[in-house]
Design a binder for this molecule. Structure first.
Ligand SMILES: [Cu+2]
Length: 63
């Protein structure tokens, strides 16, 4: 389980973009988003760095 804090995640569009970015790293990943807390929990078999790389590409750099 990976946990990220993503400060610039602010709306439903961000949630969709982040979920898509995670799924580029692992299509089978389970993504749970807490929008008010700016937190994303990812249940995945891939390495944290691989997920971070996709998030950064999408414009959402974890804190
Ligand atoms: Cu947004």
């Amino acid at each position: 389980m990976l946990n990220f804090e993503i400060p610039n995640m602010s709306c439903g569009h961000c949630v969709r973009a982040i979920t898509e970015a995670v799924h580029q790293a692992d299509p089978a990943a389970q993504v749970q988003v807490d929008l008010p807390q700016h937190r994303v929990q990812v249940d995945t078999v891939v390495a944290r760095d691989a997920v971070v790389a996709r998030l950064v590409e999408a414009g959402y750099t974890p804190a």
